[in-house]
Design a protein around this ligand. Structure first.
Ligand code: P6P
Length: 347
């Protein structure tokens, strides 16, 4: 990894905006506000086992999933960090069924923030890496009124910035605002995110695949053949691949970004749309991976070109090294079966 400049996240964001004379600095401040929330979440995640905030709140989120205290903490913290900066006209979160309006006493801004406050939260008690994912758009409705659902339901290609924070052995803030993908590692000794990975590029081809093989029975026939292909021995094509699966999207995709790899959460006949959410998981991650030279599809279509229909809609996702994502699409196209026959199949 080439030696990077001694630079904070805040300084890097400002430098990035300086390349755009028309920039108002609002995006810089928005991202800086987000990094403040990330530092506070990191502190709580790292002491979760001690601060007795583990365990269920007894509540459940809009998807009926038991919500861990840390989920709620992260959601509330991001809201409180972002609601008064004057940069946003509306927000949306995995933890809230509807869009989140900016309190009337605060100035409205031109941006929209969608976020998953704590992805992978089912791993919290096992001390496995978890993360925050965020996606930022410019509003498309008139600027003198509160933001609307229409401002939130934009195609991923319209994102102006996106990123994630992975709370692992260290806390890393990864973002792109269209000028490359950059990573910043939190130095807890003085509470700054310092540039640690500049202009990250994902390898075009890898030898790591990441998928929950427990669902093998329910997969598309072409996906079954693809995974079996990866497990065959052939030195010329770097096979067999290694299998790595954390079960935390941010951790699995962060590893794929740095080492190369393909992460897959496909549809299957139990979950025709897969499990992961388009707006605040798949779109931001696809924005990052494409900005790093990778690829992200739903098996047929570029994720960023999917026209959203609802805030919490799910999509199958195949994301990572370009050649690997292309190949799995080819395997599935070859085995393409009529969806009625496939969905009713039992093997
Ligand atoms: P499964 C975590 O619960 C999550 O939402 C993602 O972070 C992760 O990639 C996926 O679900 C894991 O799902 O079904 O393999 O446990």
């Amino acid at each position: 990894m080439p030696k990077v400049r001694f630079m904070t996240l805040a300084r890097h964001i400002i430098e990035g905006e300086k390349k755009h004379p028309e920039a108002t600095g609002e995006l810089s401040k928005l991202l800086s506000d987000l990094s403040l929330a990330a530092k506070a979440i990191s502190l709580e995640v790292n002491k979760a086992g001690l601060a007795d905030i583990l365990g269920f709140t007894g509540n459940s989120n809009v998807h009926g999933e038991q919500v861990k205290k840390l989920d709620m903490f992260a959601h509330d913290l991001i809201f409180r960090a972002m609601d008064h900066g004057g940069h946003l006209c509306v927000m949306a979160s995995e933890e809230e069924e509807d869009i989140i309006h900016i309190p009337s006493q605060h100035k409205l801004g031109k941006y929209v923030l969608l976020f998953d406050p704590l992805d992978g939260s089912s791993n919290i008690d096992a001390n496995i890496s978890i993360g925050t994912i965020f996606s930022i758009y410019r509003r498309i409705t008139p600027e003198d009124k509160p933001g609307t659902l229409e401002d939130c339901l934009q195609q991923g290609i319209n994102q102006v910035a996106a990123g994630y924070i992975v709370y692992g052995s260290s806390t890393i803030f990864v973002y792109s605002a269209g000028e490359g993908v950059h990573g910043f590692t939190l130095d807890p000794s003085f509470g700054e995110f310092l540039l640690s990975h500049e202009y990250i590029k994902i390898p075009k081809k890898s030898k790591i695949y990441s998928i929950n093989e427990g669902n093998y029975l329910y997969w598309h026939p072409g996906l079954k053949k693809y995974i079996k292909y990866l497990q065959e021995e052939d030195a010329k094509t770097d096979r067999p691949y290694s299998s790595r699966y954390v079960g935390s999207m941010v951790a699995d995709i962060h590893r794929s970004l740095l080492y190369g790899g393909i992460f897959m959460y496909p549809s299957d006949y139990r979950h025709p749309q897969g499990k992961l959410r388009l707006m605040y998981e798949c779109n931001p991650m696809s924005f990052i991976i494409e900005a790093a030279g990778g690829m992200a599809t739903n098996g047929k279509q570029r994720i960023l070109e999917i026209q959203p229909k609802s805030l919490h809609e799910k999509t199958p996702i195949f994301i990572g090294s370009e050649e690997d994502v292309k190949m799995v699409g080819e395997f599935m196209a070859k085995e393409e079966v009529n969806s009625e026959i496939y969905l009713s199949s039992k093997s």
